[in-house]
Design a protein around this ligand. Structure first.
Ligand code: M6R
Length: 365
């Protein structure tokens, strides 16, 4: 039942504090507040893994792209991320001590399942990140990290994505510990950031009415650009996918630094640009990218850290996000993008939960 919400997607957006909290419960030791990922029986030996390949489709692929930044930065293990339907046919060499991480909400996506079987045959160990227990990927993986989003009914993935990110953040920390490159104090710091997430997500959800008002202003655009850097680059891709999927407006996500290599030619007052820009080490670079957009008459919505001097934000609209650590920022910053897409779709009158041409679980190749 979706009551009191109008759509399942809206309900699922609002379930994120709980879904993230439930997922963390399984990955963080309640008393010691340390990472304790309990994989199923196969018990992967993370210390021996030298190379990681992540494979998924759609939103789950975006979760994989964020995980690459985390795992490489924290654990210093090289990660490649592939779209499942590409990986399967690419004859990518499989390393002896390689791990494949397969991310899938449903655990039944045909291409993802096929890529996983192909990798197993080639000798890779497989870790699933799956929301539906006992699904094919859950059963066939050597080990699984479960996400506890609960059933996701809306075709547009929301709470499944933020719980995938939560599980992958914990995995990156576990990997770093296993490699001996994360000390106890650093671990505490990251775990604290994660444990604060449910409360911080609540504080992001309060911007719903502002996002609805902004949606009203921008809903008639024929196209959108989403920009981000670092872990917020995949979040820009995800924002664009959400909008395309449910509002049928063309949207593209770009790494902010790529603007001047082509897409800046598109900028005019009819193409809103949504910038995902937490205040972090990359913030000044993003601001100069946004200034390039403003100088060409673009309309900018900036999702950024609250409490900054207004003069520092060259935007027409701003959504101020509660301050958070750089590590967890992508998990919080995707939420305004989900709400923006949702409101634009509702205002346009599309079928939000069952967008045209799409199925919840893509079981054909
Ligand atoms: O169940 P999966 O995570 O394997 O599904 C993958 C994609 O089909 C899925 O994320 C799709 O892109 C969503 N509709 C996005 O909102």
């Amino acid at each position: 039942e979706k009551w009191p919400y109008r759509h399942y997607m809206q309900k699922e957006i609002y379930e994120q504090p709980t879904a993230i909290g439930e997922t963390l419960k399984e990955l963080i030791h309640p008393a010691y507040r340390t990472i304790s990922i309990r994989q199923n029986s196969a018990g992967l030996d993370l210390a021996t893994i030298e190379d990681i390949t992540i494979v998924a489709c759609g939103t789950s692929w975006h979760a994989g792209l964020v995980a690459k930044y985390w795992i490489e930065q924290l654990a210093h293990v090289p990660v490649q991320v592939d779209i499942a339907s590409e990986y399967r046919y690419r004859a990518s060499p499989m390393r002896k001590n390689g791990l494949m991480i397969v991310i899938s909400q449903s655990g039944e996506t045909a291409d993802t399942l096929a890529a996983m079987r192909y990798a197993k045959q080639g000798g890779l160990q497989v870790l699933g990140v799956v929301n539906v227990p006992e699904s094919s990927i859950d059963r066939e993986a050597d080990a699984t990290l479960h996400t506890y989003a609960g059933p996701e009914i809306g075709v547009a993935s929301t709470k499944a994505f933020t719980t995938q990110l939560t599980a992958l953040a914990c995995f990156a920390l576990a990997m770093a510990k296993a490699k001996g490159v994360l000390d106890a104090k650093q671990e505490q710091g990251y775990v604290d950031e994660l444990l604060q997430l449910p409360a911080k997500v609540e504080q992001v959800l309060i911007h719903d009415a502002s996002l609805e008002a902004i949606a009203r202003e921008l809903m008639h655009a024929n196209g959108f650009l989403f920009l981000g850097r670092g872990t917020c680059f995949p979040i820009a891709l995800e924002g664009a996918l959400k909008l395309k999927e449910i509002s049928y407006i063309h949207a593209e996500g770009y790494a902010a630094g790529e603007m001047k290599h082509g897409p800046i030619a598109l900028i005019d007052e009819d193409l809103p640009v949504v910038v995902v820009a937490p205040q972090n080490s990359l913030f000044d670079k993003v601001v100069s990218n946004v200034e390039e957009v403003k100088a060409r008459g673009g309309r900018v919505l900036m999702i950024t850290t609250q409490g900054q001097a207004a003069g520092r934000i060259p935007a027409d609209y701003t959504i101020p996000v509660v301050p958070c650590g750089e590590f967890v920022a992508p998990i919080l910053y995707v939420i305004p993008l989900q709400m923006l897409a949702y409101h634009i779709a509702v205002l346009k009158g599309t079928d939000v939960d069952q967008p045209r041409n799409l199925a919840k679980s893509v079981t054909v190749e």
